[in-house]
Design a protein around this ligand. Structure first.
Ligand code: PRX
Length: 650
């Protein structure tokens, strides 16, 4: 009871920035004032200050054809030059860009000069392989320096990367290769995870075998896992090609709206969406937020974002934001608990990490394991902590600040999405009074509102739908190959206001609290999964007649995938061991989509709750999966069904 009261008290507590922190903070109140006075002028100033434009822009925003925005459209730049060459030219070539740590314990420190060199070599190889401006390159790599090099080399020659998370299956990779018609895949033989080598190249081979587009001409393979791999005519070793290439490469500049990357994310239908980002606006906001939200002092800070490059957080806050700002950062290949549960804290101690950015799901699992684990390490180099991916419960916020942060340093909770490209809502350290559990305020230059379903602003603490009311520099420019889906998904609901898919409310201080997704998108360990995608995968199994998937609250992962499956009549008789059958179905989803999509539970049932029009009422299944009393069942075609299902589930 006491504990609960403590938490309740802390929840409403504000944490003032310390005077020392505020005195040296990068951000100041002038930012918000400038943005308020002239939003477009503010972004133009930021872009000129933060980036090197080869041809200066004269126009800031063209919003004459919403929702298709053009930012800084008559300007030209090279994104890779902004992340590399210019730091070397400014005399910072000897600064470490990456402190890389491999899971088995091998390490590499790579300076800006070395990284620039390597990217130039890789760019030459890509060009030799016939990859040109606008061509798509799929990247399927572990967290090794070559992943960063690959992304920047692709950007340097004006090609478009599509990074696919290394945990995705051959099927998922194949559909992403096909959708973008990638001509090159960059992969590794394997990478390290949980003390073992997981193969990647064999998955690429399988994916290319399954590809229907037939677009892949070459596969470039980094040697990492030393696992045995089959070899085809189209395959090339990275060390043979990049290793031997010239390090002279003249970078061309590209228009601000030149496509930079496609990143696939789950939507409400079964097919992932290829979110398209472009160059100048994206890099402006990635760099601006990285500098101001994380209070970056590039000469002295050591920054670490634990996200994989396969997700948007890895794109914006491992690659583009930090490197554009000339930061020194840690890049770690493996899992947090290998070979011991204190691995992350050991890395922070060793490299004297000062800024640390991770996800609530990780924080909650550390809480579970106990504070004695981080307390065995010296974490006093830390001076700022960040959180991303899902709402952080006040209890986890407090634990993070106290146990990891030593009790006095700022914790910033950052809300954003694959589609927004960069942070949209966050406290600014040194300025904002921090409030555990709330993402707090729109960053300067971003306009957020909360609307009711009919589009009227929701005042007070009643929840509504989160929208972005004005275009922002790093906004998605579309869905690859599907402009209609782009309009329909994000813009149909509120006209020229962007519908984010999240519920939110504002408290009496005007701080924003995120309430989770309002659509059929789940958030498992901070990763987006679509109920429809997992249902399609389950139905693709020969045993399954019908499936319904819900995201059920889970203490560690935020939400967990829970599936309800009806077996085909022909199978139902043969399947006697329900536990084994449900295990088989869980495995099937992991193989088809990837381990992150593996359901926590698969319940085999005889019926699913449906309305008279045949729509599955997932809300009732969620009640069941979360162990709550079943809500209103009056709209069901057969009101007794939930009783039958809940008896079966028990
Ligand atoms: O529901 C929101 C949640 O994650 C979704 C975006 O997922 P994704 O595109 O994979 O990007 C994750 C990393 C930026 C959002 O629609 N989300 C993200 N950050 C937060 C959050 N929910 C609450 N608080 C956050 N800080």
């Amino acid at each position: 009871m006491t504990v609960q009261i403590d938490h309740a008290l802390e929840e409403i507590r504000r944490f003032r920035p310390s005077p020392e922190f505020a005195a040296n903070a990068v951000a100041d109140a002038g930012l918000a004032e400038a943005a308020q006075a002239d939003r477009l002028g503010f972004w133009a100033d930021q872009s000129r200050e933060l980036l090197q434009w080869e041809k200066p822009f004269t126009k800031t925003l063209d919003w004459s054809n919403p929702p298709f925005a053009k930012w800084f459209e008559d300007g030209e730049l090279n994104v890779a030059v902004n992340c590399l060459d210019r730091h070397v030219e400014a005399g910072n070539g000897d600064r470490v860009a990456l402190h890389w740590v491999g899971e088995p314990g091998d390490t590499r420190d790579i300076t800006y000069a070395e990284l620039t060199d390597e990217v130039k070599r890789a760019a030459n190889v890509l060009t030799e392989l016939g990859v040109g401006s606008g061509d798509r390159v799929a990247i399927y790599l572990p967290m090794i320096p070559e992943a960063v090099v690959s992304m920047l080399a692709v950007a340097r020659i004006g090609a478009i990367h599509s990074v696919v998370f290394g945990g995705f299956s051959a099927d998922s990779l194949a559909s992403r290769i096909d959708d973008a018609e990638a001509s090159l895949v960059i992969t590794a033989d394997g990478g390290y995870r949980k003390g073992k080598v997981f193969p990647l190249k064999p998955v690429v081979d399988e994916a290319i075998g399954k590809s229907v587009a037939g677009s892949v001409k070459n596969v470039l393979v980094v040697r990492r896992g030393e696992n045995e791999v089959a070899w085809n005519d189209r395959d090339l070793w990275w060390h043979d090609t990049v290793g031997a290439a010239s390090n002279e490469h003249e970078a061309e500049s590209f228009e601000a709206e030149h496509p930079l990357f496609i990143l696939y994310t789950s939507g409400t239908t079964g097919k992932p969406k290829g979110i398209l980002h472009t160059s100048g606006g994206y890099l402006t906001q990635a760099a601006f937020t990285h500098k101001n939200v994380f209070d970056l002092h590039p000469e002295t800070d050591v920054y670490w974002c634990t996200a994989d490059i396969g997700w948007i957080t890895g794109h914006s806050y491992v690659v583009y934001g930090p490197l554009a700002n000339g930061a020194t950062q840690v890049l770690y290949e493996g899992t947090p608990d290998t070979p011991h549960p204190g691995r992350w804290w050991e890395i922070i101690e060793k490299y004297r990490v000062s800024i640390f950015y991770t996800a609530p799901t990780a924080i909650r699992s550390f809480m579970k394991a106990g504070r004695h684990i981080p307390q065995a390490f010296n974490l006093r180099s830390l001076r700022l902590l960040g959180s991303v991916g899902e709402p952080i419960n006040p209890e986890a916020w407090i634990w993070y600040r106290h146990v990891i942060g030593g009790g006095s340093i700022p914790v910033v909770d950052t809300w954003w999405q694959t589609e927004t490209g960069a942070i949209m809502i966050s406290a600014l350290p040194g300025i904002t009074d921090l409030k555990p559990g709330s993402a707090q305020v729109a960053i300067p230059g971003v306009s957020i509102d909360i609307l009711s379903d009919d589009g009227t602003p929701v005042e007070g603490v009643d929840g509504g739908l989160l929208v972005v009311t004005e275009p922002w520099p790093s906004m998605l420019r579309g869905i690859w190959g599907d402009p209609e889906r782009f309009k329909e998904t994000y813009w149909e609901k509120f006209g020229d206001k962007y519908f984010a898919g999240d519920g939110a409310r504002r408290d009496e201080d005007g701080d924003i609290w995120l309430l989770g997704r309002v659509d059929d998108v789940m958030n498992v360990s901070g990763h987006r999964l679509s109920t429809a995608e997992i249902e399609s995968s389950l139905v693709a199994h020969p045993w399954t007649a019908e499936a319904a998937v819900v995201g059920a609250a889970d203490e560690t992962t935020g939400q967990a995938v829970v599936a309800f499956v009806i077996l085909k009549a022909s199978q139902a008789e043969r399947v006697t061991d329900l536990a084994a059958a449900s295990d088989e179905l869980r495995k099937h989803v992991a193989t088809q989509i990837g381990a992150i999509a593996r359901p926590r539970q698969v319940f085999i049932v005889n019926e699913l709750p449906k309305t008279r029009s045949g729509k599955i009422m997932r809300r009732l299944l969620r009640d069941l999966a979360e162990g709550r009393d079943i809500g209103d069942t009056t709209t069901l075609a057969d009101t007794s069904i939930m009783q039958t299902i809940s008896d079966q589930v028990k």
